[in-house]
Design a protein. Sequence first.
Length: 450
Amino acid sequence: MSKAVEALRRASYKLWGNNKAGLSNNDFNPEKLPEKVGGRITYYKALEINRTSLERIWNRQKNKLTEKEKQDYQIVVINPPGLKDPRRIRDDVTIPLFQDLSENQIGPHPVATITETNYSGNDPDSRVVINNREKASRIYIVTSLVTGEDFRRVNKVVSDYRRTFGKDNLKEVVVIATHFPSREDKNGKIDSATGAVRNTGQVMAIDADLATLEGNVDRIFNLESHSSALAALAADHGIPLLSLSPFKPLLEALDKKSFFQILSKIFVGPDEGRNIIADRIAKILKIDRVDLEKNRDSDTQETESLEIPNKLLKKLKGKDAFLYDDEGATLGTMKHHIIDKLIPSGVKSITILLVHGKFTNGYFDKNEDWHPGWEENLNEILTLCECNNVKFQMFVTNSREPVGDLELYIQKHKNVIQIVNIKDYIKDILLGDITNVDFFKDRADEIIMS
């Protein structure tokens, strides 16, 4: 199908857009716009906003405040209940960040946080108290958005500030989301053979999540969005969202804490989305890179590695290979890349740089086929690397609390996984925005957009 014919099939923004930020179809990648199929608006590609459009609405929102209002800010760090043990606060970057900001205050107000307690042991309702809350024109909320309740906590904080100090006093709410779920980004798929598009009926969960923040949140910094649709849909809800990659603290940790010596580096890009960052890392390190690709089945969510030319595989022989990825869930894709490509190519070592350590258990797909979980896949990776005399290590940030027991695994398997504390990176984002750093120009290499 020609691009001209495909463009005619695209749904008008008047049909699908919320029109919260004065956008039109021209503000989005034309090749990824939705299509009307059988009376249903169908998103079969991840929606993508243009960089210039995002920059325009980001600066428009930021410039609504006077300089005096911008400097009257308070930072709120939300430490929600843990995923594995709700009696403890969540084990992620918010713990060391809150401790640091408590000891080293930034701005005119002390850092605030929440205390959350259930009314009874099995009562789903909870009581939330904001500690150190003070009147401010702007609040920064730092939190890891993992569950639906996490979005509700953000809204509770914003609502409380407005009710306590008056709705007109709070001029801007900026969320720094160290994690934001963004996998459910489409409700359709395309037949690669015929080009026919069909609506799958799948709920676009990220759109629903963003809708809960509309009217309460003005801007969002997010670490490593899995999908371009997150920023696009956020903009459509009137919330400009900037996705940044924390690859620099990962590289710094690797330089200081590698478990083995690295001499002959080569960077491996796992798929198209992450290849944007892989290209930047390779340029910074001044090393060669090769690209691996994957194909994800939208029904089972299983991925398979796609073939790459032999001449590229030969470039890997004897090299210390680096892989960067946004999120590790079951680590199935990673296992396939390592088993099917990297080990057969004869690499000397493999280093994984991972932003979000989800680490989920195995599951049965809709066809009742079993897919192993993170621990089983990682054990297989370690076994095969050892058998083939390939060294292996993984660096993962503390952006979110893992679902699986990563701490126990680290205790059992020494010198394999290094957790990278990105507290200072989050502080750097805060200070950058507070001091009016132009992220689109001064920190462009961290922005996950082409």
